[in-house]
Design a protein around this ligand. Structure first.
Ligand code: ATP
Ligand code: MG
Length: 323
């Protein structure tokens, strides 16, 4: 039933993060397009045995509408010391990519796109999907995601929102410093301070993510590219007031309250997954807007294609100018 690596043909690179690289691949026997993530690992026995255990946990997770489909994991010890994770390909990509595509449209001055891409309907649907995926993972498998951020929330043009990249602990793959430098950190105050980590840590991350989608910027700012910058950021998460949505009379009371309940520094006072799933901001769009959201996803797919073309043209033009 599983997919064999030798049955895959590479189609092109999708992206890369701190831990690895993701490519698009064709599974020839059933002509299905999938995503293949490759993560280099240290060749240490302890690391390997733990990794294999964690991968088997992922293998056991049954399909769910808000979890990216898992098609198998491999550890290629004999050849290259990397793990390969095969998963469902999501054709609109991750929220960080959609956000940067939107920003490029704005900078090109496209009038048609004055309306925000991440309107409240879309944010409510995304929030519900993340909460629902998280509560499935925890409710059935006691898995805590620990890495909710825009690049780990994926969209498909069919209208699905799914979370990915849970289960394999970062510390096994990279040193702590490596994982911090160069990324925004969505970690909650209690996690930075080393307390017990619960699903409420993921709630904090969700709050930050919504603020980022609304404003276009990571809410805690700062220089994240140096070790000093990272320490400063972690310090601020712990010591300063929590981030908030900027004031805007057009925002609904429900959305503002939802974000405020996610971004509570004291974990004991922060809302739980269950509480947030029945929050007014979720309820308001729960039984409506399905069609509108599916259309939104289709439109995003077209915009991404268009953006790729525009980027290519811009590059060509720049080349001509420089000649
Ligand atoms: P980090 O390494 O900190 O998790 P990241 O999430 O950006 O950062 P990767 O998980 O390696 O890094 O993913 C790289 C990019 O590949 C993501 O930003 C996302 O846009 C894309 N991607 C990942 N998985 C899929 C998938 N299943 N379908 C489509 N695109 C994907
Ligand atoms: Mg990722």
């Amino acid at each position: 039933n599983g997919i064999q690596l030798q049955d895959l043909v590479q189609l092109g690179k999708i992206g890369s993060g701190n831990s690895g690289t993701v490519i698009k691949a064709l599974h020839v026997p059933d002509s299905r397009v999938i995503a293949k993530k490759t993560i280099p690992v240290e060749n240490k026995t302890l690391v390997k045995s733990q990794l294999i255990r964690e991968l088997s946990i992922m293998q056991n997770v049954k399909p769910h509408q808000n979890i990216v489909g898992f098609y198998g994991a491999f550890y290629t010890a004999s050849t290259t010391n990397e793990i390969v994770i095969l998963m469902e390909y999501m054709d609109c990509g991750s929220l960080d990519k959609i956000l940067s595509t939107y920003k490029r449209y704005l900078s090109r001055g496209e009038l048609e796109f004055r309306d925000p891409w991440f309107n409240e309907l879309v944010l409510s649907k995304i929030s519900f999907a993340v909460l629902n995926g998280l509560s499935y993972l925890y409710g059935h498998y006691k898995i805590i995601h620990r890495d909710i951020k825009p690049s780990n929330v994926l969209i498909s043009s069919k209208g699905f929102v799914k979370i990915c990249d849970f289960g394999v602990s970062k510390k096994l793959i990279n040193s702590i410093a490596d994982t911090f430098v160069g990324t925004s950190t969505y970690m909650s105050p209690e996690r930075i301070q080393g307390s017990v980590y619960t699903t409420k840590g993921d709630v904090w991350s969700l709050g930050l993510m919504i603020i980022e989608l609304v404003t276009g910027e990571f809410p805690l700012g700062g220089h994240k590219d140096t070790p000093e910058g990272i320490l400063d950021l972690l310090q601020r998460i712990v010591n300063e007031p929590p981030p908030r949505l900027p004031y805007n009379p057009e925002f609904s009371k429900e959305m503002v309250d939802f974000v405020n309940r996610c971004c509570v520094k004291d974990e004991r006072e922060r809302s739980s997954l269950q509480e947030l799933m029945c929050h007014g901001f979720i309820e308001r769009y729960k039984s409506q807007g399905e069609r509108e959201f599916r259309h939104w996803c289709k439109r995003i797919k077209r915009r991404i294609k268009e953006d790729k073309m525009l980027k290519r043209e811009e590059k060509e033009r720049a080349k001509l100018v420089s000649r």
